[in-house]
Design a protein around this ligand. Structure first.
Ligand code: HEM
Length: 503
């Protein structure tokens, strides 16, 4: 063998041995916890358990059944814990006030939305949150209402067209996503949606969104797939990049529009999102790049969550006609049966829709569209009634998608039964057994906005259509576990038009 070949072989052997030695050292010095979980292999931990991709909700449910309410995995040497029991959740979120999101999740999301509320931690997160909280204040709900009503009429049109008079099933996410985007443009940006929304078919946008959600999970589980440049290599990836570029362009356009204004307009107690972030003349409340990222963050969070919640709700109502009838009876009681039955609802009318509210709550119990709350432990904490020490640095996922189906808190947990929320909660109440919008200071900034929007959307479409099932319960259960919950197949229902009086 030539001397240089020998040298090459020796270098490769020694480098590989060095890498293995470091990985082995990381493995043997990894944190140990007394929490059950699937068996591990040296160095790679539980990687083989997650070879099948994307990871489904059902897969984690199986682990939960096998190992219990507190379970652990190792991503290589990194300790990952899943907490489902409300006592542990209370300890993490309320007692220890752990608010920092974990680096696995934030770096996957950062590829798409940059530095916004979803991805920031520490003092920059606090600054953004302080700025953005007031843009969802209840004083703005009156303005939101108009925007949501407009979105709901658009949704009705899309469902009617897609469903061809009830003859074909309509893809709810596709219609609800575009409608929620319209409402967001009006409510939070204050710009005519027709000027901004890219000319891409709603089905394409919805499919791209589903791919982005799966991709985010890929990026979390396989960090080497994090680069957006890799996406150029596939047609799916190029579709994602195209939509992403459209959204970025729209964000730059709205910032330019607002910057071009010369006056603030009438003095108001509360300003909308864009008005808060950018002043006339172009001065910004936070660095311009963070304004762009925050608008991207909001555009994504305000639309996909609502669209998935609409999808699950309409599918469940189609599968449970008794509850659909109960909701419609309530709408008739509130809106009367006269000529103005289809009018835009007032805040007071919406507040009186208790059946509808309990239907939304029960849907979010079964299908919390934000299924996991990712955290990094910034201090050691004791869980399982103080018996288990979980060390600082652990990635901990609070898992509402498991908590919401614990039978001791929600008897007969797989049953769609909105009456649980009608007369107060049945079962053992616990302050942390139901958390669809999170808890504490890192809860959902748009929770009131979302609740109002979904109620307006439902109140509008339930007065116009009867929904019949196409997607089955199993289709709803077959979901990808990612930043938001997404079914593998689009959720579809038949929308049969009702007469003006709702009959
Ligand atoms: C059905 C609708 C929605 C659900 C179920 C939902 C749920 C959640 C949950 C559980 C969190 C907390 C995550 C955590 O603790 O790590 C969250 C955070 C967030 N949500 Fe929502 N959300 C919804 C709609 C919205 C809407 C409409 C907006 C915006 C208009 C929004 C904006 C956000 C933002 C920006 C955060 C991050 C807050 C922070 O870290 O400070 N969400 N959401």
């Amino acid at each position: 063998m030539a001397w240089w070949a020998w040298l090459l072989v020796q270098s490769v052997v020694w480098c590989s041995a060095g890498v293995v030695a470091v990985l082995w050292w990381l493995w043997v010095t990894k944190p140990h916890v007394d929490i059950p979980g699937p068996p591990t292999l040296p160095i790679i931990g539980n990687a083989l358990d997650f070879l099948e991709h994307p990871v489904t909700v059902n897969k984690i449910r199986d682990f939960h059944r096998q190992y219990g309410d507190l379970l652990r995995f190792y991503a290589g040497p990194k300790l990952v814990v899943l907490a489902a029991h409300p006592d542990d959740i209370q300890h993490v979120m309320v007692t220890s006030k752990i608010v920092e999101r974990d680096p696995l999740t934030t770096s996957a999301m950062r590829s798409f939305v940059g530095d916004g509320l979803l991805t920031l931690n520490g003092s920059r997160w606090k600054t953004h949150r302080k700025l953005i909280n007031p843009t969802f204040h209840s004083e703005l709900h009156g303005n939101f209402l108009e925007a949501f009503h407009e979105g709901s009429l658009y949704l009705s049109e899309l469902l009617a067209t897609d469903s061809a008079g009830g003859a074909a099933p309509a893809d709810v996410h596709a219609a609800a996503f575009s409608s929620a985007m319209r409402s967001f443009c009006i409510a939070s940006i204050g710009v005519d949606p027709d000027r901004l929304i890219p000319d891409i078919s709603k089905h394409e946008v919805s499919a791209v969104m589903r791919r982005i959600i799966v991709l985010m999970q890929t990026m979390m589980v396989r960090p080497w797939r994090r680069s957006l440049s890799l996406l150029r290599l596939s047609s799916e990836g190029r579709a994602i990049l195209m939509y992403y570029a459209h959204l970025r362009k729209s964000v730059d356009e709205v910032i330019a529009l607002r910057s071009a204004a010369t006056e603030e307009g009438p003095a108001k107690m509360r300003r909308r999102l864009l008005e808060t972030l950018v002043k006339p003349g172009g001065q910004t409340a936070i660095p311009l790049s963070e304004v762009q990222d925050e608008l991207m963050t909001m555009a994504v969070t305000a639309t996909d969550t609502t669209a998935m919640l609409m999808s699950y709700t309409l599918a469940l109502l189609a599968l449970h006609p008794d509850w659909q009838d109960a909701a419609r009876r309530e709408l008739k009681d509130v809106f009367g049966e006269g000529g103005d039955y289809l009018r835009s609802p007032s805040l007071a009318e919406l507040a009186s829709l208790r059946v509808l509210e309990s239907i939304i709550k029960e849907t979010l119990r079964l299908f919390p569209v934000v299924p996991m709350l990712p955290r990094i432990l910034t201090e050691d904490i004791r869980l399982s009634g103080g018996r288990v020490l979980v060390p600082k640095g652990t990635i901990l996922y609070v898992a509402p998608f498991l908590t919401h189906r614990l039978p001791q808190f929600f008897p007969d947990p797989l049953k769609f039964d909105p009456s649980r929320f009608l007369e107060g909660r049945s079962g053992e109440e616990h302050p942390c057994s139901y958390l669809p919008f999170g808890l504490g200071s890192r809860n959902c900034v748009g929770s009131q906005y979302a609740r109002l929007e979904i109620k307006v959307f439902l109140a509008t479409v339930l007065r116009r259509f009867r929904f019949l099932p196409h997607s089955r319960w199993e289709d709803l259960e077959n979901s990808v576990l990612s930043i938001t919950l997404h079914t593998f197949k689009p959720i579809e229902v038949y929308c049969v038009p009702l007469q003006e009086s709702g009959l």
